[in-house]
Design a protein. Structure first.
Length: 174
């Protein structure tokens, strides 16, 4: 793509009213821009994403820019994306947001990941059982990083056992 066309695309994208559309466009353009323009938009994009009101849209905007960010900014934006995803009330959009964020979380060291996991698990445990199970399913990569390959099968086994326990408990009530 010629430099003039890249500059024009960037100029046009700055005129978008939607912060989400700007961030998504900048993320797509970042691969093609010169270092100067790339640095400029990647400094601006996280702030713009943070200003998005909808938790779901904010989580998506913060996540879409992650591949372009370097540390320590990347970890900070990832943490914010995870917080936005946790705040999504509707089950399917929250599960979808966690699914998109999960591979980025799995790239963190266990030392950085563990506090995020504890906070997230506590938060998700206050949801319905079906929502918790759906959210945990999307977070398998995180569970594997923290507990190893056996942690996934152990977690699945525990979920089944607890489900059986609840089923038996309910069926024995008068």
């Amino acid at each position: 793509m010629p430099e003039a066309l890249k500059g024009e695309a960037l100029r046009i994208s700055r005129s978008f009213e939607s912060e989400l559309l700007k961030v998504w466009t900048w993320s797509a353009l970042a691969f093609f821009l010169s270092e100067k323009f790339r640095t400029e938009i990647l400094q601006e994009a996280p702030e713009l994403a943070r200003s998005i009101e909808s938790d779901s849209s904010r989580a998506g905007a913060l996540t879409i820019i992650l591949p372009h960010l370097a540390e320590p900014n990347r970890s900070a934006v990832l943490s914010e994306a995870l917080q936005a995803a946790r705040d999504i009330e509707s089950d399917f959009p929250r599960t979808r947001a966690l699914e998109v964020i999960s591979p980025y979380l799995a790239q963190l060291s266990p030392a950085k990941l563990y506090p995020l996991w504890c906070h997230t698990l506590h938060f998700l445990a206050h949801r319905t059982r079906s929502a918790l199970v759906a959210d945990l399913r999307t977070l398998w990569p995180v569970i594997e990083v923290l507990g190893g390959p056996n942690a996934i099968s152990e977690t699945a086994r525990e979920i089944y056992e607890i489900g059986d326990w609840w089923e038996n408990d309910i069926s024995q009530r008068p």
